[in-house]
Write a protein of this length. Structure first.
Length: 333
């Protein structure tokens, strides 16, 4: 009886390895074979030939089939098995509406900031007649302080959105508080400016014309009648007869133009209770009820009434109070 030889597991493994190696070499050899494609143009140009290996052709075919199958699978999934996350879509729509809302508000906020900057410049001009510092409290400055956050805090877009909304809200509140403050300041300074420009200022004669012959306060009687002197309620400017007299502030010519020993006189009622008197005139150039501006010619110097020579007697008063020293208002000019 012939003896049978039984292969071991190791030998069987070596045999299988050699078989697969031979098949792989055979497949590699076939894959290196070339396949030619000839392109025939419509015109008389020469033919174009493209060579591609069998292996590459198989790879491209397999890739095309895989893409088609994947597309078909995705189409089936989204058509029959995909379920929409309605809560996520609603949340996204809500955030989109919020962003659009804050975008519209940001435009209004920018206009308010620009208006506030213009008002601030006007405030500086009214207060100091110059803009001492061009860099004012603006949106850039405020947001610069609000966005000083660590990078670790910005973990998600949602957190960033919350910070943007919070910062915008805080800035809007601060801006809302700034606007009335600046407006009140401007109104206050505007009122002071109106009072200042409505006050009598300067001399009733042109600069360099006339000399002061009598000041405000107690003085000796120029006529020598009163031994203890008299109280002089204004300032006298001596000038040649016929010298023009000018209004020292805007106002309305009063109806009653004759006041005691001042002879022919003019009274101008100014705003805020002020009025001025111009006495001893030789001629009145305005009529009661006329509205005059500062610098308008209202009369001519004379010596009517109780006067020792040609001059203009100038007084400044407020309501029924005692006369004020005109020198204080002359120096305002």
């Amino acid at each position: 009886m012939a003896e049978t030889y039984v292969t071991t597991a190791y030998e069987r493994l070596q045999i299988a390895h050699l078989r697969w190696k031979k098949r792989l070499q055979k497949w590699i050899s076939r894959s290196r074979e070339k396949v030619s494609f000839v392109l025939i143009p419509n015109d008389e140009k020469p033919l174009a030939q493209i060579e591609i290996s069998v292996g590459m052709l198989g790879f491209l075919f397999g890739l095309s089939v895989s893409l088609v199958l994947l597309s078909f699978a995705l189409l089936l999934y989204f058509s029959f098995f995909f379920e929409r996350n309605l809560s996520l879509e609603k949340k996204t729509e809500t955030q989109l509406v919020s962003f659009l809302f804050y975008d519209l508000l940001s435009k209004d906020l920018r206009e308010s900031v620009e208006e506030l900057e213009s008002m601030t410049e006007s405030l500086n001009l009214l207060a100091w007649e110059e803009i001492p510092e061009k860099e004012m409290i603006t949106q850039d400055y405020l947001l610069k302080e609000e966005f000083r956050k660590d990078a670790s805090e910005l973990d998600s877009n949602l957190l960033l959105f919350q910070q943007v909304v919070t910062t915008y809200t805080q800035f809007g509140v601060r801006l809302g508080n700034l606007v009335p403050n600046f407006q009140n300041a401007i109104d206050y300074l505007s009122m002071r400016e109106s009072i200042f420009y409505s006050m009598p200022r300067g001399r009733p004669l042109k600069p360099g014309v006339g000399v002061v012959t009598s000041t405000f306060g107690y003085r000796s009687d120029p006529f020598g009648i009163l031994p203890v002197g008299e109280y002089h309620s204004g300032i006298d400017f001596a000038a040649g007869e016929g010298t023009p007299i000018y209004a020292t502030g805007p106002g309305i010519i009063a109806v009653d133009t004759a006041v005691g020993g001042l002879g022919k006189s003019v009274r101008i009622n100014h705003e805020n209770g002020f009025f001025t008197l111009y006495g001893h005139c030789s001629q009145i150039l305005v009529n009661p009820g006329d509205r005059v501006k500062r610098g308008d010619k209202i009369a001519l110097v004379g010596q009517t009434g109780k006067a020792t020579g040609a001059h203009v007697h100038y007084e400044v008063r407020i309501g029924l109070d005692a006369p004020l020293d005109p020198e204080e208002y002359i120096n305002l000019d």
